[in-house]
Design a protein around this ligand. Structure first.
Ligand code: MOS
Length: 732
């Protein structure tokens, strides 16, 4: 189905099932331990062996020699995969550095060997016995000192030059020119990278943990030099990904190579200390922001220039992106520069671009409001735009940012905030409030599904869509139930298998809207097939209460399948509407913090998010997405930082003891409000996404609250107490 005119009334609008707060349909399987994660497909293949990955001990250089003798003679060892016996490997589209290194080394902990043994413990012990000599090359590991060598990565984010920024900035009576720093961050998902591979002749089955099944089938086939149709990927349950699992990683490739060498199924999980340097991370950024405004608070000039680094051939973190269209203003300069760094591979992490970008921009907006003596909410409202400011012919399909800000201000008690910082106390605690805007575009990706109707009236949905803990199973089930007029418990949802139709996958917060739209399209076809079997006109047919009603007659839905199961398949495709309209999601984050006036310890006290993101398909799982994202925003603001060893080129704190993320005790009362919204331009579902929106702008709201509490402006994340101690107001 081509989606190229705005949606009108359709069965989803009944909202009998869609839009209802619904617990996850796969929840009981997970809470009882019956949902198999990637390392747990114990019964799927007999005679499994275990692989342990050896990571490079240097960041850049070459392997001179590998002595495998000790490892090979260790108890239980079956085989060892290295670049020397792996055969010729192709280059996948989504990996920057080879997933199996050697003799050239591209980054620290790049996989260089897989030791396969009878047990996990034997494999792990033998992996310690692999003896490797290296020659160490000279690498670049420090973004700040590499910054000047940055280049435009046109294919990823071309410069925006609109009007005359320089002239308008110089002429502006009120100016801001500040630079902000965001650190490298780890996805730190609960489930590690894990895969099990099994060969049947020249056909490969890989059970893994992956967000984008079709991308990963393609990359695995390319890397192994085999036809795509000979690779099957199975990933039904995923313990978090946050972008780290958009692509295959070394566990997947090495399990496949290992199983081929050992001639039996091989399981590989990356250990936690290996994961952070072996896989991808969110790259650090430096962002210079200049804003010029008239005395009345109208922005006249906006420049957002950013820098990030990656391995040769890698990606820029598009942090400056939101400044292209979040606020009005005639004159604009938005650029990102990519430098070469020999650190582990940078790539997408939850709301790539917007997350670090808004960490900077939304502090800058707070600083500018203060210079203008305006309330930070009023300043943002004053500079709202309903069109793309660099292309006035391109309106936002829906933009309720002002409503988010006003609703949030009222619900949060913004009127109790004191504009003058450092003036509110609660005993030894300094109290402050902050606001930050959330903004993330609504990407549209084609998505397919197959639906079946059985003679028992059961509707089964099959699509390679994944559920990374987000609730895909449930919203897909709700969609099929609504379309076919059956209760949710008569729908079976099967996901995450490359033998099913190719979906949008879980990425860029487009999964919810696009994958359900694909199910909608398949159900439209199934309704037609049902009507035809029953000999009624689909135009008049009403699908409700497991019946089909037409022309005064009622048929049980299952009657249509008495002559045999009915199967329908379709793919939703998007085109024109994403060109005519700018589709984005919006929100506003409100935070109250307390900062210990003696120690600088920051506690978040209250959080509120107000989101406008199209139709909310399931308020329960959508809320979970947003509170999870808000929690991640607390981590980004106050804790998370991969510490770079700029001498040796690796992330030092590469486990969950050293890489701190928030725990329950760090998280206070959280509230989420979804504004009533449908967006007829986004899809027949009229939905968008919230999974990434929820993270955008949170950390700046916290930074702004810390400033309001203390009068200390920290522009380098995370906001740890060492950055405030010498500036805290004197104790009484
Ligand atoms: Mo997202 S960073 O596209 O999983």
């Amino acid at each position: 189905m081509k989606f190229d005119t705005p949606a009108t009334t359709n069965p989803i609008d009944q909202m009998k099932v869609v839009g209802k707060a619904t617990p996850r349909i796969e929840g009981p399987l997970k809470t009882t331990g019956h949902a198999p994660y990637a390392y747990e497909h114990h019964d799927a293949a007999a005679n499994q062996a275990y692989g342990a990955v050896v990571g490079s001990a240097i960041a850049k250089g070459r392997i001179v020699s590998m002595d495998l003798a000790l490892a090979e003679s260790a108890p239980g060892v079956i085989a060892i995969v290295t670049a020397a016996n792996a055969g010729k490997l192709g280059k996948g589209k989504y990996n920057t550095a080879p997933l199996l290194g050697g003799p050239q080394i591209d980054h620290y902990h790049q996989a260089v060997a897989l030791v396969i043994a009878e047990t996990f413990e034997q494999a792990r012990a033998a992996a310690e016995l692999v003896n490797i000599s290296y020659v160490v090359g000279k690498g670049a590991f420090d973004l700040a000192s590499s910054r000047a060598s940055g280049v435009e990565a046109k294919d990823q984010m071309a410069d925006t030059v609109h009007g005359d920024f320089a002239g308008a900035y110089v002429a502006a009576p009120v100016q801001l020119d500040e630079t902000y720093f965001t650190p490298d961050q780890a996805h730190a998902m609960m489930e590690p990278f894990a895969s099990m591979a099994s060969w049947q002749g020249d056909k490969l089955t890989l059970w893994t943990s992956n967000q984008m099944i079709d991308w990963s089938v393609t990359d695995l086939a390319t890397t192994l030099g085999m036809p795509k149709q000979n690779v099957r990927l199975v990933s039904p349950y995923i313990g978090g990904g946050f972008g780290g699992k958009l692509f295959i990683r070394s566990d997947a490739l090495l399990a496949a190579l290992g199983a081929r060498l050992a001639k039996r199924p091989v399981k590989v999980a990356l250990s936690r200390p290996l994961m952070i340097n072996n896989s991808t991370h969110r790259p650090a950024t430096i962002q210079r922001i200049r804003i010029g405004a008239n005395a009345d608070g109208k922005i006249t000039a906006m420049a957002h220039e950013g820098w990030s680094g990656d391995l040769p051939g890698g990606k820029v973190e598009r942090a400056a992106q939101p400044s292209k269209m979040l606020y009005a203003g005639e004159n604009r300069l938005v650029t990102m520069r990519l430098t070469t760094l020999d650190l582990p591979e940078g790539n997408a992490m939850r709301a790539p671009g917007e997350t670090p970008g808004l960490m900077a921009l939304e502090i800058a907006m707070d600083e500018m409001a203060e210079k203008l003596k305006l309330d930070p909410i009023e300043f943002r409202i004053l500079n709202d735009t309903q069109v793309d400011p660099t292309n006035p012919d391109r309106p936002f399909s829906k933009r309720q940012l002002v409503e988010c800000l006003r609703t949030g201000a009222e619900r949060f008690g913004w009127d109790k905030r004191h504009a003058r910082p450092g003036t509110q106390r609660d005993g030894r605690w300094l109290i402050g409030m902050g606001v930050g805007v959330a903004f993330r575009n609504n990407a549209l990706v084609k998505s397919g599904a197959r639906v079946r109707l059985s003679d028992q009236g059961i509707v089964t949905v099959e699509t390679d869509m994944t559920d990374i803990g987000t609730g895909s199973y449930t919203i897909i089930g709700q969609t099929a139930a609504e379309m076919m007029g059956v209760p949710l418990d008569q729908v079976v949802v099967r996901l995450g298998d490359s033998s099913f139709p190719v979906s949008a996958g879980s990425g860029g917060q487009f999964g919810a809207n696009c994958s359900t739209a694909g199910v909608y399209a398949a159900c439209v076809k199934l309704r037609e097939a049902v009507a035809q079997r029953l000999g009624v006109s689909v135009e008049d047919a009403v699908f409700a209460d497991a019946e089909v009603r037409s022309g005064g007659k009622n048929f049980p839905l299952r009657d249509a399948a008495q002559g045999g199961e009915i199967v329908a398949e379709d793919t939703i495709e998007f085109a024109e509407l994403s060109k005519k309209f700018q589709q984005s999601t919006f929100g506003a984050h409100f935070v109250e913090v307390a900062v210990d006036s003696a120690t600088g310890e920051t506690r978040v006290r209250r959080m509120l998010a107000v989101c406008a993101a199209g139709r909310i398909l399931n308020p329960t799982s959508a809320r979970s997405q947003v509170i999870g994202a808000m929690t991640m925003g607390v981590g980004a603001a106050l804790m998370e930082e991969l510490a770079v060893d700029t001498r040796r080129g690796f992330f030092v704190n590469h486990d969950l003891a050293g890489y701190e993320v928030p725990v329950h005790a760090d998280i206070p009362h959280q509230e989420v409000i979804f504004l009533d919204e449908t967006d007829a331009v986004s899809s027949p579902m009229k939905a968008k996404g919230v999974g990434e929106l929820g993270l955008c702008g949170v950390s700046a709201a916290i930074a702004n609250a810390v400033y309001n509490a203390t009068g200390i402006r920290v522009r380098e994340y995370p906001i740890t107490l060492d950055k405030m101690l010498d500036k805290l107001p004197q104790m009484i």
